[in-house]
Design a protein around this ligand. Structure first.
Ligand code: NAD
Length: 416
């Protein structure tokens, strides 16, 4: 089971399968597997009690074949170079599926942000940025928020970079506050992307959204936004599952009221507009769409056999293990894989970078219309690979991504 739950082995397994199906040249496979650059930095920081601590930080650029590297920066005590390296390659495939002109990157600093003051976080962020400054930039590598980093951290990174360059350079990071070159529509983007691809999948089942029942796991940024937008669009959100309980209403939950209830009580439990149900069993109820939007490794060889949904929209990263893929395929469940389903976030990050470089900002409907076009194209492109190679949707998405990146590498040639 440990091997099944290892997301890096899972990413490798999917890479190998897609490369084999594409009959990709062994040399190209080596190039695609290897990161283009890995940077380790040691960050000395004076803590509030005057002690000096040295933190370790990483930035990995997996690929720059299709454009500058793009990917988040996470702060956590268990960050490792292996994890950052795997997440960077994940970003390469996600950007390629969405067909946005980026490679993949990722960064991390080993620290515990829950016990650090704002001042300490600011000093870590600024020194980390200064240490990697020659490797990042709007044309090189564009970090973004990830686990335990946010728009304030991005504002500090942007300011540090700009001070060194002697000019304000908003396009060096995305996920910034709206007043500092952020984009409209970013907070909703991942949830909105999930809704767009789910609508496309429902067309294949000839189910109108008004007749579609949806179960969502996770009521945070992705799950909460998806619930809100899908509910407005007419979907029946019958169940929300959180880490401490699940709430159900066969007629559809009132999502705005549930959000208010969670805000007031700190939990979705005991919501007057629904009933509490067992959170373990909630995943296995009959529904049209299951949207895991909480964490990795939810759909495994143990849980997949019990699922009764028609469509799975993977809002979270890595919610399904490779052995579960096979089970879902045999059950005929239509999976919209994470590298497609949750690509709405990085797509609107791309829009933020475009707007920063233009110095001209779009209204929300422009952002949403362009997001819709990119998500639908990505969905259709994955379907073409699915049909051509008669493979499941996940393998099709990886094949599409590998094919696009390999094609760019071949066109550019190897610089010697
Ligand atoms: P978040 O922290 O805002 O929300 C996660 C929610 O899941 C929280 O409400 C949490 O209480 C709940 N949760 C945690 N463990 C759970 C469990 N065992 N069962 C049920 N609920 C549980 O995080 P997020 O930004 O919404 O990210 C969720 C997932 O989506 C992650 O895998 C993340 O990597 C992925 N993702 C997020 C974005 C984005 O733009 N935020 C983009 C791409 C992918």
């Amino acid at each position: 089971m440990d091997r099944e739950l290892n997301p890096w082995l899972a990413a490798e397994a999917r890479f190998d399968e897609a490369a084999a199906r594409l009959e990709l040249d062994e040399g190209l496979r080596k190039v695609l597997r290897s990161p283009s650059r890995e940077i380790t930095v040691y960050i000395p920081v004076q803590l509030d009690d005057n002690r000096i601590e040295v933190f370790t930080g990483y930035r990995v650029q997996h690929s720059i074949a299709r454009g500058p590297a793009k990917g988040g920066l996470r702060y956590a005590p268990d960050v490792t170079l292996e994890e950052v390296r795997a997440l960077a390659s994940w970003m390469t495939w996600k950007c390629a599926v969405a067909n946005i002109p980026y490679g993949g990157g990722k960064g991390g600093v080993i620290c515990n942000p829950t016990i650090m003051s704002m001042g300490e976080l600011e000093r870590i962020t600024r020194r980390y940025t200064a240490e990697i400054i020659e490797f990042i930039g709007p044309e090189k590598d564009i970090p973004a928020p990830d686990m335990n980093t946010n728009e304030q951290v991005m504002a500090w990174m942007m300011d540090t970079y700009s001070m060194h360059m002697r000019q304000t350079t908003t396009g060096v990071v995305t996920g910034k506050p709206l007043d500092l070159g952020g984009s409209r529509g970013r907070p909703e983007a991942t949830g909105r992307g999930c809704m767009i691809v789910t609508l496309e999948a429902l067309k294949r089942f000839k189910i109108p959204p008004e007749n579609a029942s949806v179960v969502i796991q996770g009521f945070g940024n992705v799950g909460g936004m998806a619930a809100r937008l899908m509910s407005k669009r007419g979907f029946r959100i019958v169940c929300i599952i959180e880490y401490d309980g699940a709430v159900y209403n066969a007629k559809g939950l009132d999502i705005e009221k549930l959000m208010q209830h969670k805000k007031e009580t700190g939990s979705i439990n005991d919501f007057p507009g629904g009933e509490n149900i067992d959170r373990e069993q909630a995943l296995f109820q009959k529904c049209d769409v299951l949207l895991p939007a909480a964490k990795e490794n939810v759909i495994t060889s143990l849980t997949a056999p019990k699922l009764q949904c028609k469509i799975i929209t993977e809002g979270a990263n890595g919610p399904t293990t490779p052995p579960a893929d096979k089970i879902l395929e045999d059950k005929g469940i239509f999976v919209i894989p994470d590298i497609l389903a949750n690509a709405g976030g990085v797509t609107v990050s791309y829009f933020e970078w475009v707007q920063d470089r233009q110095g001209y900002f779009w209204n929300e409907s422009e952002v949403n219309d362009r997001l819709e076009a990119i998500m639908i194209n990505g969905f259709n492109d994955v379907m073409k690979f699915h049909e051509k190679y008669k493979t499941n949707n996940r393998t099709a998405a990886y094949m599409l991504a590998l094919d696009r990146v390999a094609f760019a590498i071949k066109l550019r040639g190897l610089y010697a």
